[in-house]
Design a protein around this ligand. Sequence first.
Ligand code: NAD
Length: 409
Amino acid sequence: MQAFEATNFYFDQAAKQLDLTDNMRTLMITADRELRVEVAIELDSGQIGNFIGYRIQHDNARGPFKGGLRYHPHVDSDEARSLASLMTWKTAVVDLPFGGGKGGMNCDPNKLSRGELERLTRKFVQQIHDFIGPDKDIPAPDVGTDGQVMAWIMNEYTKYHGFHPACVTGKPVDFHGSAGREAATGYGIAIVTREMLARQQKVIRGTTFAIQGYGNVGSNTARFLHQQGGKILAVSDAYGAITNPEGIDIPALDKHVAVNRKVVGFNGGDASTNEQLLTMPVDVLIPAALGGVFDAAMAKAVQAKLVIEGANGPTWPDADAVFNAREIPVVPDILANAGGVIVSYFEWVQNLQHFRWTLEQVQREEETKLVQSFDKMYELAQRKGISMRTAAFMIGISRVGRARVLGGM
Ligand code: NAD
């Protein structure tokens, strides 16, 4: 099964509950527009570097397409299509006036110089600038991209269309970005974790966690959970994992990562593997790296009591069935990691109004939106006796469907 098929499997589970017609199903799962562009640049060596860029615009019934840009060697049209569709349901489940989009490039940013990365990003924008913009499609950071890449996007877009900081979100605070955006996804995951634990009469303090992926999402999630007394027993990145049964000293680890760019080698824990991390006996497991982490065998081996999906698409449908059968609750990606797009929305609003919010206001509004959305999803799941994933998809699909009908064909 491929990623887009998996997303549609989850869509169909919810669509059945909603008695969606076949025509409406086709209308809602099919992407509105798919861009594939060649992005060729001169590398520092003088050779030509050939890359393929994608932008999938899935659905804009509720507002402009919105979603990240991923730079990773595995980026392809199927993955981008799946992630774009997830964005449609995500923006709807947290009730933002956006649709869903996603894109990226099949490059390895770790193997490119800063100059190469900048030329690549600008060339990509040159290819797609007519199709993006504040009221069309608004990219944001994802795996392998960051605030600097977003700043280059805005600057390049400006050359064609004038000053429009709202054309992209996740920009640095000193370059039209929003306070709180960089840490927003991790901040939101900590809030959702708190809400889910509260339903089980538990609190973050003293709860044990394992977090896969220590980039933007994983490291900020670890920081906020640690600040609230959570014990992070294991973290990992693409190079390996570290564990500490007493709980990892997250501020010390962050200092190590700032210098070494990887968690391995940190002297406050023992070396381990990603596989060991995923199957550790912890209270909460948080995948925060790439998609497709859990297949059925891995889901059977998981010993955590709760899974919070920080990454997009970490669970294949066969693994989801195993988690459900084992009664391990899974808080789905489209709600759990929505803090990032919520604060992207706040950044867009600030850019359109040329007005700045304080960090306190951003975090307060993010929390309100996430808590309201979590309550609604949890209540629906309980009332219908369905998984939180199916409930979240049902809410998202209903909202997009209503907008489609109200707007007309
Ligand atoms: P990032 O590039 O900042 O970090 C990714 C991390 O995953 C890195 O630590 C990398 O080393 C690690 N990693 C890569 N391959 C791995 C592997 N095989 N095993 C273990 N670790 C591995 O990316 P990010 O922005 O933190 O995104 C992580 C996930 O969260 C993605 O699925 C992304 O789509 C999702 N997400 C990101 C945001 C956001 O605001 N950045 C918002 C919502 C969802």
